[in-house]
Write a protein that binds this ligand. Structure first.
Ligand code: RIB
Ligand code: CA
Length: 310
């Protein structure tokens, strides 16, 4: 079975960590490298956390690169209040001992996408590294197989009433990415707010008792965060970033449509909003496949099955 080569750009981050563990437990995927960006917590933490997860999963073979430590234009706004000051609230891991690659993440992204044309780029943090790579090497927009990103929303936000964190943190970078012409799959909050890790999933993961299952319990077993009014009455907390790998493994479990997506980069009121032309009112050519729905039981069953693998 041909493996899909992927490059993960992340800001671990609790859900980033689950996404990484899921990808490492997916033999269908070949992880070419992991690049870290300043986001949920500062870069010094996100790159170290990426290495911590590699070591936890016995994957010291995976190259980890540090990228941009701040957005293109604006100061870094972290989400430490959600993920903890160290980015992995609930999961205590020793300082990493595997090496951090010397090459800058942006250069690794450019080099990788110029060396082959079958790579799927999987950004699940602010899009700073991706925008820098596209600016440095515009040709990679035509070479990348697909960009499958977690970010944005058709309706609503989680940082402001209309903006989702990854886009809000670096709206200028997001605008560069959506204007690049690269084939994009956008997995936003409309979808990820359906995919919650809640009491049933926690209980199943505790029964499984594998390294990845135990780590996921440590990162998500916070009942005080299970606020149904935020997630359509569903109980749990969204495992946003894991939906990117979920889509790669089982795209039929997800649904959406090709839309024009624009990013607000100026208005203080709506900064970071992804304006998704779901009904084609704008008339502009679609620039992304926007995923709105997921068969949550199907996705979560698969997620748990793979995290429960020894
Ligand atoms: O809005 C959810 C996104 O912001 C996820 O990628 C999470 O890790 C945070 O970065
Ligand atoms: Ca993230």
């Amino acid at each position: 079975m041909p493996r899909t080569p992927i490059l993960i750009d992340c800001d671990p981050g609790q859900d980033d960590a689950v996404m990484l563990m899921l990808a490492m437990n997916a033999p269908e995927l070949e992880i070419l490298g992991i690049t870290a960006v300043g986001g949920n917590v500062p870069l010094a933490w996100t790159e170290a956390n990426a290495r911590r997860i590699c070591e936890l999963m016995g994957r010291r073979d995976l190259p980890v690169f540090a990228g941009c430590d701040r957005p293109l234009v604006r100061p870094l706004v972290t989400a430490a209040h959600v993920h903890g000051e160290d980015g992995l609230m609930g999961l205590t891991l020793p300082a990493p001992t595997m090496v951090l690659q010397r090459q800058h993440a942006v250069d690794f992204i450019v080099e990788t996408l110029r060396a082959r044309d079958d790579v799927v780029l999987c950004p699940v943090g602010p899009l700073t590294n991706i925008a820098m790579a596209l600016t440095k090497a515009p040709d990679i927009a035509r070479r990348v197989r697909r960009i499958v990103l977690m970010g944005g929303a058709i309706h609503g936000g989680n940082v402001t009433p209309v903006a989702e964190y990854n886009i809000y943190a670096d709206p200028d970078a997001a605008a560069v990415v959506f204007a690049s012409g690269a084939p994009i799959v956008m997995i936003g909050l409309d979808c990820t707010h359906q995919a919650l890790i809640g009491p049933d999933q926690i209980a199943a993961l505790k029964r499984a008792g594998t390294t990845a299952a135990k780590a996921t319990v440590a990162l998500f077993d916070f009942p005080e965060r299970w606020r149904p009014h935020l997630y359509g009455g569903r109980v749990g907390f969204p495992v946003h970033d894991a939906c990117v790998v979920g889509w790669l493994l089982d795209p039929q479990a997800f649904a959406g449509r090709d839309c024009r997506v624009d990013v607000e980069t100026a208005s203080e009121l709506t900064l970071g909003q992804t304006v998704v032309d779901w009904h084609g009112k704008h008339g502009g050519a679609p620039n992304a496949q926007v995923i709105r729905d997921v068969d949550a039981p199907r996705f979560l069953d698969e997620l748990l099955r793979r995290l429960s693998r020894p």
